[in-house]
Structure formats: C-alpha cells, structure tokens
Design a protein around this ligand. Structure first.
Ligand code: HEC
Length: 203
C-alpha cells in the first residue's frame, strides 16, 4: 500500500507540475484545453492520495505527529493547488508546488529515520530476522527486490545463491563490483541481521 500511495503522490505531483509549468510560461490556452479534457484527474488522484494515505495512517494506530502534520498540509495544498490552476494565480501555484515537493522529501526522509529506529528497537529485543527485514527493505530491496530475485542492476538472485552465511556476510561487508560495501555503513549487529534475513530468502 505504501508503494501505491507513493506512486499516486508522484503522479499527482507530476500532473500538477505540468499544469503549473503551462500556467507560468503563459500557455493558458493549452492549460485550459488540458483541464477541460482531464477534469476528473485532479479529483480522482486527490481522493486516491487521501484514501491510501488515510489507510496507512489508520493501520499504524498511533500515527507519529509528523504524519498528522503532513496530512494537514496535504489537505490544505490540494484545494490550494486546484484554486491556483483554475484561477490562474501564478505565485500560489509556485507556493503549492514547493509545498508538495517539501512535504514529499521531508516525509521520505522521516519515514527512513523511523524505520532505522524500528530496526534498532528490534535488534535491542533480539529479533534478528525482523531487524534484518527492515534493513533489507531500506538497503537491499532496490537492487535485489523484496523476495531477493529481482536482479536489478546486475544484482544476483538471492534465492539461488550458493553462498553460505559467512559468504553472504563477506559480500555485504566488502561489496563486489556494483554491489555496495556495507562494512562502514552498518554496525556489525546490523550486518548480522541483514545477512540472516538475506539467507532466509534462499529457496
Ligand atoms: C546497487 C545495487 C545493490 C544493492 C543496493 C545491494 N546489492 Fe547485493 N548485489 C548487487 C550486485 C550487482 C551483485 C553481484 C556482484 C557480482 O558478483 O559482481 C550483488 C550480489 C550480492 C550477493 C552475492 C550473491 C551471489 O550468489 O553471489 C549477496 C549475498 C548480496 N548481493 C546481498 C545484498 C544485501 C544483503 C544487500 C543489502 C545490505 C545488498 N546486496 C544490496 C547489487 C546490489
């Protein structure tokens, strides 16, 4: 659901940025015909953002304060954006665009910090695999995929690796070619955790 939410948010931002670009460069005729053709897009994307975001917040039970602040900002920015484009108010369009970019970057950074804290807490309670799963999502998934078999950017399939735990640890610590080295980035405990998790992906 998180990926879906982020995808919709990015779509919404690109769509808004395009319309703001047309407005700011004075291509108002083009903007008007675009708006006439895709009237419902704003509403659909806006509702989807709030629905998927609301679902994520509800699932957390006790959402952190920054999420509520973010929700408030987005609830204000979406209608402001619609007004700015409809009434062709250039400065407002710029403010809204910067606002969206700010909220997006801040929340990505924040959720990463929270996940790190989460991994540390799991390690402290001795939940090696749980901690490893969080570290894996943050550090490894973009190349190896969530199940280990994605092989993005030349990454090896972790489901069929011939390496044992010591071999995986060596690989994670020192890297190889485009596989990054994590020896300086992660603590020894974090490396053990992510190695245990990577090994658990083996079929
Ligand atoms: C930037 C992309 C990238 C990231 C991020 C990444 N890897 Fe890799 N990984 C690779 C590539 C590429 C290889 C193949 C290296 C080679 O053999 O040339 C590889 C190989 C491996 C191997 C060896 C598999 C084998 O059978 O030889 C393991 C184990 C591994 N990665 C685990 C991890 C873990 C655990 C993480 C996160 C801590 C991680 N990787 C993060 C790209 C990545």
């Amino acid at each position: 659901m998180n990926h879906l939410h982020i995808t919709i948010v990015v779509l919404f931002m690109v769509w808004f940025a395009y319309k703001a670009f047309l407005l700011l460069t004075g291509k108002t005729a083009q903007l008007d015909s675009l708006r006439a053709k895709f009237k419902l897009v704003d509403i659909i994307l806006g509702v989807l953002i709030l629905a998927t975001g609301g679902y994520l917040i509800a699932k957390l039970g006790h959402p952190p304060l920054y999420m509520m602040v973010k929700l408030g900002l987005v609830l204000a920015l979406i209608p402001m954006g619609i007004v700015a484009i409809n009434k062709k108010i250039k400065p407002m369009a710029i403010v809204v665009l910067l606002g969206f970019v700010y909220v997006f970057i801040a929340s990505q950074a924040k959720s990463l910090t929270l996940q790190k804290a989460d991994a540390t807490a799991q390690l402290a309670s001795g939940n090696l695999l749980e901690a490893g799963a969080i570290i894996y999502t943050n550090e490894c998934q973009r190349c190896h995929g969530d199940k280990g078999d994605a092989m993005i950017a030349g990454a090896k399939n972790l489901q069929v690796t011939m390496l044992d735990n010591a071999g995986i640890k060596e690989m994670v610590t020192n890297g190889k070619n485009t596989m990054p080295a994590y020896g300086d980035k992660l603590s020894a405990q974090e490396i053990d955790a992510v190695v245990a998790y990577a090994a658990s992906l083996k079929k």
